[in-house]
Design a protein around this ligand. Structure first.
Ligand SMILES: [Zn+2]
Length: 284
């Protein structure tokens, strides 16, 4: 079975169409999208993300249905939580479109399990943020925490106190559906693990999740797929790593006119990363 994994394409139509094009060319069974699917927005984030559902996603999923290719994905930390229902609805229109958030999906002899909570960061939007583990050192914040609401954002008086009431990443991982056979399981976890060079920011800071690293160590699944830190492979030179028998992949996502992705043959575990330019490419 062959899959294409892409992540953090933030509503870029060119990247979306290029991914489908490559998926068709290589005859993949499924495209796996690791989150942060919606436009980043600018001045009116709510409107930009809402329009993505109204104008784009349904037609895009229809093409997967037509091609008989699965689209397994979920929203990420930059995708407002108020749109979770819209995403679920968009997926429910097509048998080949699957919402993988905190869910398990069997495809052939393989099973995919998704998780889109992230360890906290300095940015203000906290819709999907969690403490990593109980003893967690918060980073210095860029301002008060915000949660999305239908009419804008709710400002949190004390994000640290609020976060203390939520399950940690470690607990969220424990709550995930269990694979029947870890050696046939692929975890799609937006947040990268710590300690492997898959989590390196422009500043050189390493922000990966210790809880996720320990989970991978303990579970020993076939494969884990990550994203979130777009620049990490460019900064560290690392886009794949091993934790025991588990292969961990983070393809990154940089550049406006190109898309980074990996093609994976799950039977042979042959994995190739590509960065395709799509300047001047016309999509039909
Ligand atoms: Zn992210």
């Amino acid at each position: 079975m062959k899959i294409l994994y892409v992540t953090d394409i933030h509503g870029d139509h060119g990247k979306y169409w290029q991914v489908l094009e490559v998926a068709r060319e290589h005859g993949v069974d499924a495209v796996v999208n690791g989150g942060d699917m919606l436009p980043k927005g600018g001045a009116n984030l709510h409107r930009a993300q809402k329009e993505f559902f109204e104008d784009f996603l349904d037609g895009y999923f229809a093409q997967y249905e037509k091609a008989g290719i699965y689209h397994l994905g979920y929203l990420g930390n930059d995708d407002l939580r108020i749109f979770d229902a819209s995403f679920e609805k968009a997926c429910s229109q097509y048998p080949h479109a699957v919402n993988l958030a905190q869910k398990r999906f069997e495809l052939g002899t393989f099973e995919f399990i998704g998780m889109n909570w992230v360890a906290d960061y300095p940015f203000r939007l906290k819709d999907r943020c969690r403490k990593d583990q109980n003893e967690y050192q918060f980073q210095r914040q860029f301002g008060s925490g915000l949660l999305s609401t239908k009419d804008g954002f709710e400002e949190l008086d004390n994000w640290f106190a609020y976060a203390a009431m939520l399950p940690t990443i470690e607990e969220e991982l424990r709550l995930l559906p269990k694979p029947k056979n870890p050696r046939k399981a692929i975890y799609v976890i937006h947040m990268p693990p710590a300690g492997l060079g898959l989590d390196v920011c422009q500043s050189g800071e390493k922000v990966g999740s210790k809880a996720i690293y320990e989970f991978i160590q303990g579970t020993q699944s076939l494969l884990t797929l990550h994203g979130h830190i777009h620049e990490s492979p460019a900064c560290s030179g690392v886009w794949r790593a091993m934790v025991g028998k588990t292969v961990c992949v983070q393809p990154g996502q940089v550049g406006a006119d190109s898309v980074s992705y990996v093609l994976i043959d799950l039977s042979s575990m042959n994995i190739e990363r590509a960065v395709d330019s799509f300047v001047n490419r016309k999509f039909v």
